[in-house]
Write a protein that binds this ligand. Sequence first.
Ligand code: SAH
Length: 387
Amino acid sequence: MNIEIRKNKVHSIERKHPWIFSGAINSEVSEIQNGDIVTAVDKKGNFLARGHFQHATISLRVLTFIDQEIDQYFFNQKISNAVEVRKKQNLIRKDNNICRLVHGEGDNLPGLIIDYYAGVAVIQCHSIGMFKSVNLIAEALKTVLGKELFAIYSKSSDTLNKDISDNYLFGECETPHLALENGVKFNIDWITGQKTGFFIDQRENRLLLGKYSKDKKVLNTFCYSGGFSLLALKHGAKEVHSLDSSKKAIVLTDDNVKLNDFEEKHTSIVADAMDYMKDLNKEEYDIIILDPPAFAKHRDKRHKAIQGYKRLNAHTIRQVKPGGIIFTFSCSQVVDKYLFTNTIIAAAIEAGRNVRILEQLHQPSDHPINAFHPEGEYLKGLVIQVD
Ligand code: SAH
């Protein structure tokens, strides 16, 4: 099936942006099914791109800008390329066997996420087209990873449609499953956990926290399964408090603390982070981590999100010990790194304390950003010192 692209919209495709919006299409599309593979052509019928169609604002997610079939060979090539990059980065090794294998547009596979946990791949589709291709994707993973893979779990009911059944496409694995991040053990449950079971994107930032943690008292807010807490403990923190509003998350954290034998130095708190920071006993903590969920998922929520980040950070800057360190993050794609930095500066002004930016943080190399799709940049953070 072909769709014609309006003349003034062709340049965006020529610049290899992987999304084609509904307004760019000059064809009748009512016959096309969600998830169909569709070819975009110019007015003269010349090939422009091929991808997955969906009746939505983003109508076509481009899989290729060259005239090739989207078949088993295509997925083998793309997944092989993605895995090769992770291998170059040495992300699968004895003391680390957790990484993201495929990061959507960043790996030229829009709508597809694949995370790897010690021999198990968890596939999460964000487009119906990818979901329809899931068996080809599973075959490609088996071919490319060989003995490094013993199970594949498909989990798209959260992202696509509650009626989709999540299931193993290859092998099986009991959950929770033990995997390693930089020498720390984590129990991972992709079936009951958030997203694919673990927030892999904070790996490098958690390791950096380790460098600041020796003999320090640390508060990890929005802790989920305790990633930051565990890396701080592994690197010699004196004491760590982990906070989350979800009891389920705290159970995961406690389990991971136990798994690594750090119970004596750890306390969990079920609370709302904003309330806790507001009422905190001043100067209790040397280091505080703020890693909230996305406050704004859409542009129209950005203003409110900024107010939220500012309030949370102002409370925290007010409360941390003199000379204390704050690791502060935003994973809202619509808040870029400049806006985020300005928000933290505004929070420092409101708190009335001197703040220095020591480090500027971002998403790791297994969450690459396609240069032609800057929207793929979402995670940003700062390490600040409060004098
Ligand atoms: N830092 C974590 C990932 C954070 S995910 C890691 O490294 O794995 C965001 C977490 O924030 C979720 O666990 C969610 O339950 C929690 N959360 C959401 N709103 C909250 C609130 N108001 N107060 C405390 N925790 C909250």
